[in-house]
Design a protein around this ligand. Sequence first.
Ligand SMILES: *Cc1c(COP(=O)(O)O)cnc(C)c1O
Length: 390
Amino acid sequence: MINVFQPTLGAEELGAVAEVLDSAWLGKGPRVAEFERAFAEHLGVPADRVVTVNSCTEALFQAMELLGVGPGDEVVLPSISFVGAANAIAARGARPVFCDVDPRTLNPTADHVAAALGPRTRAVVILHYGGRPGSVLEIAELCRDRGVPLVEDAACSVASRAGDDPCGVIGDIGVWSFDSQKIVVTADGAMLSARDPELVAAARKHTYLGLERFSGYTSAKVADTRWWDIEVTSFSRRSIMNDLQAALGLVQLRRLGGFLERRAEIAAAYDRELAGLAGMQTPPPLPDGHTSSFYLYWVQVDEAVRDALARDLYADGVYTTFRYPALHLVKAYGSDARLPGAEAAAARTLCLPLHQGLSDGDVEVTIAAVRSSVRRRSGRLPPPPSATTA
Ligand SMILES: *Cc1c(COP(=O)(O)O)cnc(C)c1O
């Protein structure tokens, strides 16, 4: 089976993990500190702007807490969002207000976000679909104008840029995932960044039981007479990353350039070989000045044939999926919105295998399987709606 996502892990990662095991310190320690420094450097921000977290879902929950989101508040997010983003809002007693997306890019435009803003809007949360920045600069400007903080769920966009601006540090808070299906992988793990270093300092405490001082691995213990004394600043959970995860992350971050090159190459092969196939659309071209992380590659077909395409590909040994199901249609969030762009996207989109471990042969098999299924299934369907480039 050709996987849709797959991490690339080898001898270097094994060596880094072995070193941690030998050190006899597995918890949050020197590797976590080093990984935070390396990631801040990767983003081009000062080291006090980032903090590790145990998952990106938890980082989204932390972000809502840091912004003081609470009962009676509304938080705007695209319907095509990760389920954890909506849960983070609803868990605070706030209401997730879903906005529409462009059906071709699955990213919201500033107009989509603006249409969902209201007097109770406490924050906006967007992601960069598939690693493409989308309208993040315009949305950030809109949020600044309205005085509403912007959270970027940069889980897909570890190396994405809108012009010179890295995704995740354009808004007020950014979060990245390093779970096992992402590009940089630590098994589980995440990073949170905030423009305001005080929010990052608060997140450091919130990820460790709300303790004023982190009493784990530290060389400053001798300065205190009783370093085991505690001071509680918030009733928080324990959501820290550990040195085993950070050791993986340090190696993966060094390898990221190579991963991105291969992912771009595969996306270009799909573009070249699948564009113009009757009954199917490939993603619109990336706008000038935008850099993608090539996290997802998607194709769009008539909704009457999308599921059959997935089944055909599965039968040919090619696993596919759709990210992210439209949340305004999920009963638990109690939305009565009608969002035609998100609904069309959710019905027509299929994500093809895209990871740096794919061989040229895997890519050829995938392309041949897509061509054969689409020709068979959608030969006589009407043409889909026209493309945009948001
Ligand atoms: C994977 C993902 C997350 C969640 O990350 P975890 O680290 O698994 O909690 C959040 N948002 C998006 C867009 C994702 O793809």
